[in-house]
Design a protein around this ligand. Structure first.
Ligand code: FAD
Ligand code: NAP
Length: 554
């Protein structure tokens, strides 16, 4: 609850989060002449790429796609070294952006926004902060870090990230474990040396799949605890040669436009044929081409109906399962690693470097938690229903409370003191994924109900930031004090998101897209499945009609 304090500093806008979204938001708002303050819980900028320092952490969208497009100079100057950039390279890039655009002076690091209350009389947000998780890591000369303060702002912009609130496994006894225990999303900055150690990894989503092969190489022994097997394809990561880079830079404007107009934020040739109309040989060839290319979305868009028809989907799923059987020597292990409970693509697909082959090592074991669930963590290791395993280290690759976790961890209160947690108790309700009725002048960058995580996030982040900045400019030019979506517009959008989601196979999986990874979280298709190009048009039309669906108050 926001204490009844008087704000001791006043801003035009407060931005929460200094990841890719928060940094660009700050830059755009500054260009409009606004006085902005950014709060970041971490000890540095970078968001995802600040926190996720686990071995093997890397992007699975190509570097030359997963980068800002707003500055042609930046885009031309920056030299990428790999097709899929590693976490250190991405963090260097983001830090460069923060310096190049002189962003740091408006960012309070190590400071968490704990609460925000809309003051209706003043049409302003009153925002309270506390020390953030990264406060200890902020360098001593950053005097404001970790400040407990109350400030006010006309606009509150949540750039808190879709995948920033880490989720622990819901198992007894974690605190009793005497060895090292690290979540992939909160990896120690100094790194972890697994040499000669017995290591457990719990979780086989993208983070687990990336770190398992590398930890296996270092540790004396690795045991992977898998609840649900995932579909993964080889990344075939390579160094980027100067010629490839020069060629892309020469066509960047067109390439970026195609990305913005595309469904997934990456230009891909759209399919015209159903998988069910293709001959088995032809399908095999097409899937193999995509497997060899190492692209995240290739197989999913190889045919028109992979994500909407289970029979079509199963042709792609079976192709990947056959690959697993081919790579993994032990047929029982291959079977355990083969997903059969969800269509391919309905949990986020993974790109890997040697993941399946890792299980051919003598020093790697797989525990299938569906056969023998974890009962508890003991001081020495992990006890499952039928065995006790001892470890020196446990790695939690157990994911995030996605899309709503970070937003709802702040006590946000809108008109009439209504809390966002109460309003979203049955699932998030937004208009366009950008705003929510009853919370004027509050914007959510890549919020629930927008394409966000179903896309190259860079494209979705830039689109939201630019839309929000244009909206703020519109309001200020006309002296409008507040903007708030109408309940009718919001209801219609929530229904639209549901209808489009239900048309796809996404609701058939127990995924974090559905909120199913967090016990008790309401089940709903959290991202908008309509594609980023179509969605952009919808947002632009709303703006062109003077923010249709919003109530503007002077
Ligand atoms: P974030 O980077 O999550 O930044 C949000 C920031 O807000 C965090 O630093 C957090 O500390 C801060 N914050 C949150 N709450 C508060 C608060 N109350 N007060 C103060 N600060 C707060 N996307 C892709 O498109 N392609 C990929 O290949 C890809 N790979 C990924 C790999 C990993 C390991 C993860 C976890 C995510 C990946 N993503 C990927 C998604 C990724 O999160 C986005 O691409 C992007 O980095 C999100 O940027 P953001 O600024 O919106 O959020
Ligand atoms: P995730 O996909 O949610 O995977 C978490 C894993 O932990 C799942 O296998 C899950 O099993 C398991 N798990 C969770 N709680 C458990 C419990 N109590 N007991 C046993 N197992 C448990 O999380 P993530 O791997 O961190 O990835 C999250 C998202 O971040 C990705 O989907 C992607 O969008 C992004 N990401 C991208 C990359 C990349 O390659 N660029 C890398 C990392 C992350 P269940 O499936 O059964 O729940």
């Amino acid at each position: 609850m926001v204490r009844d304090e008087t704000a001791n500093a006043h801003f035009d806008a407060v931005v929460v989060g200094a990841g890719l979204a928060g940094l660009y938001m700050l830059h755009r708002l500054r260009q409009l002449g606004l006085r902005v303050r950014v709060y970041e819980a971490g000890g540095g900028v970078g968001g995802t790429w600040y926190w996720n320092r686990y071995p093997g952490a890397r992007c699975d969208i190509e570097s030359m796609e997963y980068s800002y497009s707003f500055s042609p100079e930046l885009e031309q100057e920056w030299v990428w070294t790999e097709k899929y950039p590693s976490q250190p390279e991405l963090l260097r890039y983001i830090e460069h952006v923060a310096d190049r655009f002189d962003l740091r002076r408006d960012i309070r690091l190590g400071t968490r926004v704990a609460a925000a209350r809309f003051d209706e009389a003043a049409s302003r947000w009153v925002i309270r902060t506390e020390p953030g998780e990264g406060a200890a890591q902020v360098s001593g000369d950053d005097l404001g870090a970790g400040a407990e303060e109350t400030v006010s702002a006309q606009f509150l912009i949540m750039a808190t990230g879709c995948l920033s609130a880490v989720k622990s496994p819901e198992v007894e006894g974690l605190e009793r474990f005497r060895g090292g225990c690290h979540h992939t999303g909160r990896w120690p900055h100094e790194g972890v040396d697994f040499t000669g150690r017995r290591v457990a990894v719990i979780g086989t989503g993208s983070s687990g799949i990336q770190c398992i092969p590398i930890i296996a190489e270092q540790a004396a022994h690795l045991t992977v605890f898998q609840r649900t097997p995932n579909f993964s394809m080889p990344a075939h990561n390579v160094s980027l040669d100067p010629e490839t880079q020069r060629a892309r830079k020469a066509t960047y404007p067109d390439h970026r436009r195609l990305a913005r107009e595309s469904g997934l934020g990456v230009p891909v040739d759209l399919p015209v044929k159903s998988a069910l109309d293709a001959e088995p040989d032809e399908r095999e060839r097409r899937y193999q081409e995509n497997w060899d290319k190492g692209t995240l979305f290739g197989i999913l868009v190889a045919y028109t109906d992979i994500l909407i028809d289970t029979r079509a989907n199963d042709t792609a799923a079976e192709f990947i399962r056959a690959k697993i059987r081919e790579i993994v020597a032990d047929p029982d292990v291959a079977a355990a690693l083969s997903p059969t409970d969800h269509p391919v693509g309905t949990k986020r697909p993974c790109l890997d470097s040697g993941y399946y082959a890792t299980y051919n090592r003598d020093d790697v074991a797989l525990v299938d938690l569906r056969r023998s669930p974890i009962v508890e963590i003991t001081p020495k290791g992990i006890r499952t229903a039928d065995a006790e395993h001892e470890f020196d280290d446990i790695v939690l690759a157990t994911g995030f409370d996605a899309m709503t976790g970070a937003l709802l961890s702040v006590d946000i209160r809108g008109k009439g003191g209504t809390s966002l947690r109460e309003k979203w108790a049955e699932g998030p309700r937004t208009y366009l994924g950008i705003a929510t009725a009853g919370f004027p002048n509050l914007f959510t960058v890549t919020g629930p109900g927008s394409p966000s995580v179903l896309s190259n996030m860079m494209v979705s982040i830039e689109q939201h930031v630019e839309w929000i900045a244009d909206c703020v400019a519109f309001l200020r030019e006309r002296g409008i004090a507040s903007i708030d979506p109408s309940v009718e517009a919001e209801d219609a959008w929530v229904e639209h998101v549901k209808v489009v989601g239900d048309f796809t196979l996404y609701p058939t999986a127990d995924s974090w897209y559905m909120g199913a990874n967090v016990p008790g979280k309401p089940r709903a298709v959290l991202p908008y499945c309509g594609g980023v190009g179509v969605y952009r048009q919808q947002c632009d039309e709303v703006a062109a009609k003077d923010y249709e669906g919003f109530t503007l108050s002077s």
